[in-house]
Design a protein around this ligand. Structure first.
Ligand code: 3EB
Length: 330
């Protein structure tokens, strides 16, 4: 049947997912390519640029030389800055990033609250109002006991600052500890003018239902987000969590195995074919640098050909040694 003009105008815009890749190129080359939405470099020694599309992530990379992570869309990209917030937008997609100094906002809790308020205000003025995926990197994430642990204070502040930002549902997310300047909080996100579809993992309690022992404020993230055309699954930080409990304390191989089982369950629950491939980039956040060679070998055997960027990062529960996140292209 021929669609009327009105149907075409009412149809949701076609929003193919950004292409995400790890490449060994200069940032200037990546920035000059058509449709570049974001360029990430990793670690203190990495290249950085004043271009708002560039973010130097505070996590050291175990791969030398470290590649850049590049996001590209099929249209011209606009960009700008508003104070500490940098953004770029094109083809219905929005990248936004904030790097804050906790000393200017009174500690991790209030900095997280300030950051999420800023992001909510900014997104509120944009067409790309669906936050689909968000990353949070903070220093000394496991310092402090019980409710005073910095990750738990971060969760308190995130919820306070977000307010009703995620009333329609939480985005997929990652929260990881970095080893750079302790007072630095980095948050970046991907939003779209079309909604995604949240995916939970039947093996895991949803984060917003975590019991009290994990803190006053439940974390609040979806396990994964199918992007609007269902062409990509954006996968949240995934670790050896079964039910709500951490499994396999002090056993790296068993935690890796459990994490892969969680990823497989997530793909199944998202109605996607099993496995990862050469177009589906992942990240591995490794707590102890000495574990990096073993993680590399394990993933090389179990996920042959899959691009995995290995970063020095602390999972938000001190007993967890490894976390994976990334993208699965359909
Ligand atoms: C877990 O399964 C591991 O606080 O945003 C994973 C992904 C985790 C996101 C967050 C925390 C977050 O609970 C921790």
């Amino acid at each position: 049947m021929v669609k009327s003009c009105e149907d075409m105008l009412n149809a949701p815009a076609f929003r193919p997912a950004p292409r995400v890749s790890y490449r060994h190129v200069d940032a200037d080359v990546a920035l000059s390519e058509a449709g570049t939405l974001a360029v990430f470099s990793f670690g203190a020694g990495a290249e950085s640029s004043d271009d708002p599309r560039c973010l130097r992530v505070d996590l050291e990379c175990f791969d030398a030389p470290a590649p850049l992570e590049i996001w590209q869309v099929d249209a011209a990209v606009d960009h700008g800055s508003e104070g500490a917030l940098h953004w770029s937008a094109g083809a219905g997609w929005l990248f936004a990033a904030l790097t804050l100094d906790e000393r200017e906002h009174g500690g991790i809790r209030d900095t997280a609250a300030w950051a999420y308020r800023q992001l909510r205000d900014f997104i509120g003025r944009r067409n790309e109002r669906h936050v689909l995926r968000i990353w949070n990197y903070l220093g000394a994430i496991n310092r402090g006991e019980d409710d005073a642990e910095r990750y738990k204070q971060f969760c308190d502040g995130r919820a306070a600052g977000a307010g009703d930002f995620f009333a329609d549902g939480f985005p997929a997310a990652t929260a990881i500890g970095h080893h750079a300047a302790e007072h630095r909080l980095q948050i970046y996100l991907l939003a779209c003018d079309q909604p995604g579809q949240r995916v939970e993992n039947p093996r895991q309690v949803s984060s917003w239902h975590y019991p009290r022992q994990y803190g006053r404020t439940s974390p609040g993230f979806a396990r994964a987000m199918a992007l609007p055309e269902r062409d990509v699954l954006a996968i949240s930080g995934t670790a050896a969590v079964v039910g709500h409990a951490s499994a396999h304390r002090d056993d790296l191989d068993a935690q890796l195995e459990e994490t892969l089982t969680n990823l497989e369950a997530l793909l199944r629950h998202a109605d996607m074919a099993a496995g990862f491939d050469t177009h589906s980039p992942l990240k591995a956040y490794v707590r102890h640098p000495a574990d990096a060679p073993r993680v590399r070998e394990f993933l090389r055997q179990r996920l042959p050909g899959v691009p995995v960027l290995q970063l020095h990062g602390d999972v938000c529960r001190s007993e967890l040694l490894i976390e994976l996140d990334g993208w699965r292209y359909a």
